[in-house]
Write a protein that binds this ligand. Structure first.
Ligand code: FCB
Length: 471
């Protein structure tokens, strides 16, 4: 259904983007595929974590998810219907190398080959992510990302996946949101593998970055003239007012270092911020950083993926002994309640934060071309009479795409935007409770219904094509 009000908006908005600008949607393997035991897939840390009581809402898991493994043809047809020019997906490591090291599973490669052929036949360009958090469990049994050996295992996996599927994918992202993988997974205990160990978190952060660098080196050596990048999740950090400006500034700095600068300095400058080095020393993780590692981490990149959802608002506080694992290293940082309006995740809706972030990236780092690899929102959708009138999500998307247009007009080289997510799916610790899709999924029947936000997005892609037709 096309809403008449959205037409002028989409036409004007679409006209602000260059011809080759990609409008896509993103997903991740564990969140959509299901078929957890099909075709030799090995066990991942999320299969294990989801079984631990109290870790995931309702102890839900990705065994079935939205059954994309069996329904991918229908899902690709929906992408084509929405007029997407690109599709960002992730490859499940445990489908390709079920034990993490050792034997390669041909049936896993065959699945991605079928998927990618279908995507390409629909005229859609795939963007692959190698690691969207489904680490093979046998590697976790040996320490996972806290163990340097995982770097070599990942590099081989990258070599196999890129070697086998490289004829079908031109853009390869190594690691999705290393902050989440390291800190949520090894530090705060809320994502797999569920550890609360600051030393392990800092080691994991370093090894994820090193794995990124080695994988880029290895894929590039396969000589396919592809594009390679990484996908950090970046935030605006807003300094609040506690009455002590110096303490507030310090707190904002720490939040910024851990969320943004750690990943950007390492990959784009080949350095760690001083505060990170101090934390590595304080928590006994400094020996993880070997001579020459930072040079490997700072491989030249062809693209930077940016996932943006919201901003942090922080003030300084008297350092108190940490009672919660997430306070380790940030005992002097207090997160303020996010301002309204908020999404169903409780995240503040601040599209200007995306514009400011993009402008900052260009100003402060030698950034390659950027793609917004994730942006979107969960709301409490209702499917009524075959429709989801998610105007809150439509407004979220349009205001953020507008923010991207402003950044482009300010001279930032942004090449694409991917809505998170194509489909409602398994939202990690929140199970199936939080819906991010522009397409609704009825989890009982697996029926797909395009939401109003999806119809709006189709208007935008259609207007973008029309605007550049014949140019
Ligand atoms: C990001 C993840 C993605 C999804 C969105 C909501 O942190 O990369 O898988 O869960 O948040």
């Amino acid at each position: 259904m096309t809403t008449t009000q959205s037409e002028p908006t989409t036409t004007a908005l679409a006209a602000r983007f260059p011809r080759d600008f990609a409008f896509g949607a993103a997903t991740a393997s564990y969140q959509i595929e299901g078929a957890a035991r099909a075709d030799g897939r090995g066990v991942s840390i999320w299969d294990t974590f989801a079984q631990v009581p109290g870790k995931v809402l309702g102890q839900q898991n990705g065994d079935v998810a939205v059954d994309h493994y069996h329904r991918f043809a229908e899902d690709v047809a929906i992408m084509a219907d929405l007029g997407l020019t690109s599709y960002r997906f992730s490859i499940a490591w445990p489908r390709i190398i079920p034990e993490g090291t050792g034997a390669v599973e041909q049936r896993g490669l065959d699945f991605y080959r079928r998927l990618l052929q279908t995507v390409r036949e629909a005229g859609i360009e795939p963007v692959a992510t190698l690691y969207h958090w489904d680490l093979p469990q046998p590697l976790q049994d040996r320490g996972g990302w806290a163990n340097r050996d995982t770097v070599a295992a990942f590099t081989r996996y990258a070599e196999v996946a890129h070697g086998e599927l490289g004829d079908l994918v031109d853009t390869w992202m190594t690691i999705n949101e290393p902050w989440c993988a390291a800190f949520l997974g090894y530090g705060y205990g809320v994502h797999a593998p569920g550890l609360t160990d600051p030393r392990a978190a800092l080691r994991a952060a370093h090894h994820l970055l090193l794995a990124h660098g080695r994988a880029v080196q290895t894929m590039r050596a396969q000589d396919r003239a592809h594009r390679y990048g990484i996908v950090p999740n970046l935030y605006g950090v807003v300094t609040g007012d506690s009455g002590d400006p110096e303490a507030d500034r310090r707190a904002a700095d720490t939040a910024d270092v851990l969320q943004n600068r750690l990943w950007l300095d390492a990959t784009l400058l080949g350095t760690y911020p001083e505060e990170v080095v101090a934390l590595q020393e304080r928590f006994g993780a400094a020996d993880a950083v070997h001579h020459g590692d930072l040079e490997v981490i700072a491989q030249p990149l062809d693209v930077l993926g940016v996932n943006y959802y919201s901003q942090h608002h922080v003030i300084g506080t008297e350092p108190v002994p940490a009672t919660e694992p997430e306070q380790a290293g940030q005992e002097h940082v207090e997160q303020l309640p996010p301002p309204h309006p908020r999404t169903a995740m409780g995240w503040s809706i601040e599209p200007h934060g995306l514009r400011d972030l993009l402008i900052r990236l260009k100003r402060e780092w030698p950034v390659p071309p950027i793609m917004i690899t994730e942006n979107g929102a969960a709301f409490d959708d209702e499917l009524i009479d075959g429709a989801v009138h998610d105007h809150d999500r439509r407004d979220y998307l349009s205001s953020h795409i507008e923010a991207v247009a402003e950044a482009v007009e300010a001279g930032v080289d942004v090449r694409g935007y991917f809505a998170w997510s194509l489909l409602d799916n398994y939202e990690w610790a929140f199970g199936y409770d939080k819906r991010f899709g522009i397409v609704h999924v009825d989890y009982a029947t697996q029926a797909r219904t395009i939401k109003d936000s999806g119809h709006w997005y189709r208007d935008l892609t259609t207007a973008h094509r029309a605007h550049h037709a014949g140019t």
